[in-house]
Write a protein that binds this ligand. Sequence first.
Ligand code: MN
Length: 324
Amino acid sequence: MTDLQTRPVETSCPAAHDARLAVGPVLERYDEREVPLGGIRAARVQRTLPHRELPTVGAWCFLDAFAPGEPPMNVLPHPHIGLQTVTLPLEGQMLHRDSLGSVQLLEPGELNLMTSGDGIAHSEFLVDDAGARGLQLWVALPHESRFTEPAFEHVRDLPVVAYPGARVTVFLGEHDGAASPARTFSPLVGAQVDLDPGTRIALPLRPDWEHAVQVTDGVVVAEGERLRPGPLLYLGTHREHVTLEAPETEARLVLIGGEPLEEDLLMWWNFVGRRHEDVVAAREDWEDAERRVARFGVVEGHDGARTPAPVLPLVRLNPRRRRP
Ligand code: MN
């Protein structure tokens, strides 16, 4: 998936060091918003990150939930800079192609992780008419790693931490001694938590990190907050654990977290930069036939079709601080 809004605006993600390190344990619900991807007949996703009041959670800077719909969510080649894309199907299969030559079928329980460095292009297509349901997340590359070599990883055997009535599948980073083999550039966790009916557990957290949870299936009561699929529940920092309960049926959620990011980010379309000029240059390179190939490469299999970049906004947005 991608950010294919026709008129995206810049989103400033100011550094967290003076804003969120001192947050402490909180419970803040951030409702999802429906975002159309692309033109008039647009597929729709439910987005919870970035939120104007919560730009990042650790280095996690983007969270979309997608589901089968009309039109289907097939995304032609498009560019990325400054991030890693994390694709997690919950139902259905997807086919990933990228400008490194990767062609990878992705199934539920598996991870696709693409590291853009300063330029990569990819496409994501559904495999059958039934469509797919799942999540796509982005992780911002820290400043010193933003020009790292582009890379693609597909992981089939993700580590699972078992608790009574619960299984935690660590797709990125680390949780409770288990680490995903996929490469990360900052301390973080991304994990899927499956709860049996009636389970109530206290899941250990890193108190020096910030965390958030989002339900994908069923009903979960997290720290007393009843959640269905949709909103993101931000937990803040300084927590030793989060209590999770599946009061009715089996349920599933994702846990994201990490060391609060101490950098200002500027997100526009599919780019994570530091300055307005970064995204302007990336957009111009994608729209220029020669510079596009030189910087982003070619995704084979689409006969040259691609997703054109939207127009840049005329107005520069001021950075938004999450807290005074
Ligand atoms: Mn993408």
